[in-house]
Every structure is written in structure tokens, then in C-alpha cells.
Design a binder for this molecule. Structure first.
Ligand code: UD1
Length: 426
């Protein structure tokens, strides 16, 4: 278990490329279950969750060549051939480390008519059930039993049938799961109150390239007309808006000036507007973004919302920024019930944050000083790295595997920009 040692007080300067989006890559890998031929993905990020998804698809009998596992291959590419899939099961060991394993449920039921997926347990950032996925798949004709902690699903003769589904809550992977299932169902499926996240759009666009019939991507109503088969092909993963946002927060905290290459301008619109409100100077340069830190940051409030609102996956990083801003910032988390695990750790650095239910009040401009810290979940880990860049002295961030699950070596990217960070086996 590595730890990161971060020496604060060094400005960032230079240029860095944004990697492919983790949250698009995962459903795109699961979508390969639906294809009649091999499926090639490019611009994949190099990170732990993709290895987990690769292990899961291999366990099920697929051929998965992940470039990041083979030094002779391009680390950002993968070839997946799931045509020989024989064991439609997602075991507990894999689901417990990555909740997105549930993304195989819809494709397995659509393609093979059966699936056994271990129920995702409690997660650090909240309960995160998959009841909405199950309810929607039931509406399409799937039958489920619970056995030994597994959800065992089957589909009667004739396959899944189209249905009108209204999600009670906007769910990102739920929308992706159902959209994938509906591509091979009989008839039309309408998904209302669907997620509009750019990663859902990316998944839909890949399915279109496979021959699916989908309308309404990027809106809250997605209409899918089932087809009899989908073909293999290739698809380039969209850049990661959360990695881009995290690097913007990094320069805001550390100071300096950086250029982000392949910046997802449209997908990050709300975050860019909010960061400008804090004083960060952002200039679009074609497909790149130049970010210049101001002399001092100003406080701003955020409330997390489904896309196009402020993303919950940027809440922790924004809070880290607000610890250094002038004034009081009110941060409200509406998506997950327990996504303030970073608060206690940020306080250890000297941040002044009070919590009241789902709202955090940050009294900024505290003088942060380095401390030993423990990462609790993916985005919380990122916020600790960012705050450490601004703190006086040295911070040690333990349990950095959370960070490596979802970022393509964030420490290396920051080091290339001038941050002083070392990775030490703990
Ligand atoms: C996805 C993202 C995650 C992001 C989240 C919200 C991936 C792999 N992960 O997670 O990074 O933080 O969207 O943008 O894409 N819910 C239920 N029942 C369900 C499904 C969801 O109650 O069946 C609730 C959840 O507990 C949560 C809310 O709905 O409170 C939104 O969750 P959801 O959008 O499903 O998150 P994920 O898809 O797991």
C-alpha cells in the first residue's frame, strides 16, 4: 500500500494531457458483452478500476487484452472479445472493490438471458443500492431472486421486452445498464428521468456505433428501439471531465499557470463557470484550456446536482479549494448521504469546516499546514492531495490505492507540472 509524501508551497507550471474518462470506459467495457465481434477501445485511462473490470470480463470467459497490462501494447488501448462468454457471473470479490461491476447485469440479461451478480455492499460514500436497476429490468421482463448475497436474474423465453421506465432518482450507471439492456430487447424502451451525464452520452454513442438505435442522448428521455444483434468495432473514450476539474483545482490551490490539453469544454461547463467565480482565470485555447491562478481565491457556494449541475465527483476537490479562499463557502451534497469523509482530514490540515447534515460551511483562508492524512474514497483522496499542495510543510497521504483506482497517476501528472510529491511503499 503506497503512500504519497507531498511538500506544499510549489507553484504549478506547464502542460498536461487529460486522460480518457474512467466513468465512460467502465460501461464501454461492459458494453462489449453485447457485441457479436471484437470491440476495440482507445484513449482508455491507465487505472485500477479498468483492471478490475478486465478481470471480471475475463472471469466470465471473455478475451480481454488490456494494453495497460502488457508493456508491448499501447497502454491506452484494449481489445475485448466477449463472444465466447460462458459464465455470466460477477463474484463478490470483484463487485466489492468496484460497484460499477453491476454494469454487466443489463448486458448479460440482454445477451445470455441470465446473470448472477453479487449485491454491492455498503460503500464509504453512502449506501448506494442498485434497486432502481433491478426494478427497471423487472419492468422489461427479467425475474430476480436473491440467493447468498447474489442477485440471480433470468429472462423468460423470447428475451427482454421494451418498457416505459421512469427512474425515481437520476442514476448514472442505472441509465447505462438499462440503455445497454434495451439495445437487444424486443420493441421500444423509453427511459424517463434518465441521467444526462457526458459518460452516459459516450456509452450511447458507442452503442450507436455498434448498430443500436437510440434517440435522446444527453436529454432526460432516452428512447431505444431494440435490434437483433450488435456488431464489434472501435471507439475512442471521451476525456475525463473530473480529472480535468481536479487539475484546475490543483493550480488554483498551488498557484501558477497550466495548460490542459484535450480539455472537455462542454462537459465541464458548470464547473468552469464556478471556478471562474472563485477568481481562477480560464482561457479556452481551441481544444485546450489555459488556467492561471489569481493572487487570492474568493469563496463561492455549490450544491451538487445531476448533470448539467455541479458534479458530486468534484465536491471534495472544490472544498479543498475553498479552504484557501477568502470568505465563507457553503457546500451542499445532494447526491450521496455520506460524502464528507474528507472533512475530518482537511481539518487535520487546519481547515475550518463545520458540518450540518448534508451541508458543509468552510471558513476559508486558513493557513494550512502539512499533516499525516488517510484517504477514504477516490475523490476524497484527490482533495487531500490538492490541499497538501497548498499546505506549509509536508503531508503524508496513506491508502493512496483509492486514488489509483480512478486517476491515471495523478501524482505523476502533478510532478510533471512542478509539484514536489514522492510515492513511498508503506
Ligand atoms: C456514478 C459514477 C460516480 C458518481 C455518481 C453520481 C460511475 C462508474 N460512477 O455512480 O462516480 O459519483 O454516478 O454522479 O459512473 N441510487 C439508488 N438506487 C439505485 C441507484 C442509485 O438509490 O438503484 C441512488 C444512489 O444511492 C445515489 C443516487 O441514486 O444516492 C445517484 O447514484 P448513481 O447515479 O446511481 O451513482 P452511480 O451510478 O453508482
Amino acid at each position: 500500500m503506497d503512500k504519497l509524501v507531498v511538500e506544499g508551497g510549489h507553484q504549478l507550471k506547464g502542460q498536461v494531457r487529460i486522460s480518457g474518462a474512467k466513468n465512460a470506459a467502465l460501461p464501454l467495457m461492459a458494453a462489449s458483452i453485447l457485441a457479436d465481434g471484437p470491440w476495440r477501445l482507445t484513449n482508455l485511462p491507465v487505472l485500477g478500476d479498468l483492471l478490475t473490470m478486465g478481470r471480471l470480463l475475463t472471469f466470465m470467459g471473455g478475451r480481454v487484452e488490456l494494453g495497460q497490462k502488457d508493456p508491448r501494447q499501447n497502454p491506452n488501448e484494449a481489445e475485448l472479445d466477449l463472444t465466447m462468454l460462458s459464465k455470466p457471473e460477477a463474484p463478490h470479490e470483484l463487485v466489492k472493490t468496484m460497484r460499477a461491476s453491476a454494469l454487466v447485469l443489463g448486458p448479460l440479461l440482454a445477451r445470455l438471458g441470465r446473470a448472477k451478480v453479487s449485491l454491492p455492499g455498503g460503500c464509504a460514500i453512502g449506501v448506494r443500492p442498485i434497486d432502481l436497476h433491478i426494478k427497471a429490468l423487472r419492468a422489461m421482463g427479467a425475474i430476480f431472486d436473491l440467493s447468498g448475497g447474489d442477485i440471480v436474474g433470468r429472462v423468460p423465453e423470447g428475451g427482454l421486452k421494451g418498457a416505459e421506465i421512469r427512474f425515481e432518482t437520476v442514476t448514472v450507471t442505472g441509465t447505462e445498464n438499462l440503455m445497454m439492456a434495451a439495445t437487444l430487447a424486443r420493441g421500444r424502451t423509453i427511459l424517463a428521468n434518465a441521467a444526462r451525464e457526458p459518460e452516459v452520452v459516450d456509452t450511447g454513442q458507442a452503442l450507436l456505433a455498434m448498430g443500436a438505435q437510440i434517440e435522446g442522448l444527453g436529454t432526460d428521455t432516452i428512447i431505444i428501439d431494440g435490434v437483433s444483434s450488435l456488431k464489434g468495432g472501435s471507439y475512442q473514450v471521451t476525456p475525463d471531465r473530473i480529472e480535468a476539474g481536479t487539475l484546475l483545482a490543483a493550480v488554483a490551490l498551488a498557484g501558477g499557470e497550466i495548460t490542459l490539453v484535450d480539455f472537455p469544454h462542454e462537459a465541464l461547463g458548470t464547473v468552469v463557470a464556478k471556478l471562474r467565480e472563485t477568481g481562477l482565470i480560464l482561457t479556452a485555447l481551441g481544444s485546450d484550456m489555459l488556467a492561471q491562478a489569481p493572487d487570492s481565491l474568493s469563496a463561492a457556494d455549490i450544491t451538487t446536482q445531476p448533470h448539467p449541475g455541479f458534479p458530486t465527483d468534484m465536491q471534495a476537490q472544490f472544498m479543498a479549494m475553498m479552504t484557501a479562499a477568502k470568505g465563507v463557502s457553503v457546500i451542499t451534497e445532494t447526491i450521496f448521504e455520506n460524502r464528507f469523509m474528507h472533512v475530518g482530514e482537511l481539518r487535520r490540515l487546519g481547515a475550518d469546516i463545520t458540518l450540518e447534515g448534508r451541508t458543509a460551511v468552510v471558513r476559508g483562508a486558513s493557513c494550512l499546514s502539512g499533516a499525516p492524512l488517510t484517504a477514504s474514497d477516490l475523490r476524497a483522496s484527490a482533495s487531500l492531495v490538492l490541499a497538501s499542495l497548498a499546505a506549509r510543510g509536508v503531508s503524508q497521504i496513506h491508502r493512496v490505492y483509492h486514488l489509483d483506482r480512478g486517476y491515471e497517476r495523478l501524482d505523476r501528472k502533478l510532478i510533471s507540472l512542478g509539484a514536489v510529491i514522492s510515492r513511498v511503499p508503506a
